[in-house]
Each structure stands twice: as C-alpha cells, then as structure tokens.
Design a protein around this ligand. Sequence first.
Ligand SMILES: [Fe+2]
Length: 384
Amino acid sequence: MALVLPSSVWIEPGARRRVADEAAALDTSRALVVADAFLTERGVTGEIVALLEEAEFAVAVFDEIEPDPTDAAIDEGRAALVRHEADVVVAVGGGSVLDAAKTIAVRGANPGPLRQYMGYGQLAGAGLPVIAIPTTAGTGSEATRVVVVTDIATDTKMMLLDDRLVPKVALVDVELSATMPRPLTAHVGVDTLTHGIEAYVSQKATPETDELARSCVALCGRHLEAAWRDGSDLEARAGMARAAYEGGAAFANSSVCLVHGMSRPLGAVFHVPHGLSNAVLLPAVTAFSLPGAPERYAEVARAFGVATDGDDTATAGQALLDALERLNAALEVPRLRDLRGVDRETFDAALPKMAADALDSGSPDRNPVVPTQEEIEELYRRAW
Ligand SMILES: [Fe+2]
C-alpha cells in the first residue's frame, strides 16, 4: 500500500523560510495566508507574509480562525480566498488553523453544506494547493488527509477524510513550536503519542504505517517530558515536531481508533481542545483496548522505552498502562472533573449523545476491542 503524504516535506529549524520557494515551485503567485489572531499578534503571520512578498507574491491574510473551526469560519475564509483570487493557501498555525485552511482550499470545488462531504473520500473535486506550516508539535495535520470542522447547527464535529485534503508541502519548523506554553506542550504531546499508538494498534495498520508509528512513539518516549520540563530544550522540541509529523503521517494512512472517536464528542460538547480531550482519555481507553491486541501494545511499550525485548507480553502491556498514567500525572494533565465549565450533571446527561456520536464517527470500529455504546459511556465515566 502506498502512503499518501505531502510531496515536499522539510523538518528542520528555519523550515518556514522555504515558503516562497515552495510556493513558486507550485507555480503560484497569489497566496492567501490563513492563521489566527494570536499568531498575527506574535508577528508570525507577518513574517510569512513578508517572506512571500519579498518573492513578489500577492498576499492576503485571513486570520480569523478560532480554536475548533466551524463551518461558518470556513465559508468566511473561502470568501477571502475568492476576493483575493488566490491560487495557493499558506496555513500557519496549530491544528485548528491547518484544518480550516485545508478545508477552505477545497471549498470551491465542493460547494453546499459541508456536512454532505463528511466521511471517507466524499469530496467531489480537488482544491488549491496548501503549504502547511505547523506552529504546534501535535496534531500532525500538516501530514494528513483529515480535517475536523464543527457543524454549528448540530454542535458536532464533522470529520472529512480525502486524499485531496493532504497539503502539498509541509514545513515543520521547530523554531515555531519552541514557544508553546507548558499545558499546550503537554496536551498536543500526548495527542501525538496517541496518534502513534492508535495508528499502530489499528485494524488498518500496515507495515509502512507501523514504521512511522513506532518512530513517533519512540520520539515521544525520549522527548515529550523533556520538552514539557524545559521548553527551551530545542533537541526535545525538534524531536516532538518530528514525532507530530510522523504520527500524523501514520494515522492518516492507517487510522485513529477509540481514543479519537471518544475525544471528538467530548470536544464538541464541552469545548475542550483536541489535545486535552485525547490526553484525558488515553489511559482508560488503552486499558480497555489492550486485551484485543496484547502483542501490539507490548511493542508500543518497547518503542516507548518502558519495556524491553526481555519482558513478556503481559509485563510489557502493564508497563505501558502504568507509564501512561504516570505520564499524565507528570505533565499535569487534568482529570475531566477538574476542567472549568464541566459539571457532573451536564456530563452524565450528555453521555448517551457523546457515546452515540463516538460510534457514528467510525473510529471505534478500527479499535482492537470494538466497544458497545454502554462500554463507551463507562469509559467516559472512568475518565471523569
Ligand atoms: Fe489527534
């Protein structure tokens, strides 16, 4: 099986400075830079614009992307793209910005309600090329054919998977992720680890995705805590930036599983950011799923560095479960009950809808143990 990946990938300090060369190589001349207001404030958007303008690109900026992008925000971005007559989309930001930009780029060839394109391979046409410049080492969106967009009308997260959503170019620049604050480093870091684990244990895993997934998990084992402890540790930051890309590349060609299936409804209902909603679920869901693929989880434990070849499967599996609990504690990942705005009564009332939405997404079907609706509800309760 071939891997679907960006055709040009640079993972190195300063990679963002290749943006104009890469855009020129795509034979484009009018760029829409998609970002968020925070990055514009920090001067990151301005630097990308300047790099493009120095190379004589006509540039417009759309920086109104909020976390958890909505279908309405996508349509505003699409309007900006049309006004500027852009022929390339340059996305600079975290997973929300990258997902939004990827969707904006295909919107012209796929009009009407976004909901009709939900699921696998539903897009009717290709879009403009996207150059993805991630500023968080986490979602791996720069490497994937997946976007998640919130449907305002139903308050659900729509997932679209299509080869035409893969960015043409990924510029993974550790200098951009080096300033991430600690909680964000923790949440997107555990999200990255989750990509590696889920891609590896998924029923859709292939030898090609296994290699990327194992490398992602190994990099997380080596660098995640160090990047969190000392954000200026550039070696650790670079390790996590590479892990994020590899994790994205792995799951986009294999799949994510139950953690992500349960994470999206949690995010939609409680407005918890993607990384955090995965991080809070990972230990409990891994404990539930392990009996379905004990050998695979033992391999994950070995890649993560908490078990050796000498350990038997059961020992290695238990070591992984212990390590994930310990990791969340070390990175100060909160429990669901600790989050502001989530009270137990609302949580209990939302459980049936969240579990049903999780099942509907299809991700739980790829899990080593395919759960029932009741089991999903119970897993949410365990994460409380
Ligand atoms: Fe994720």
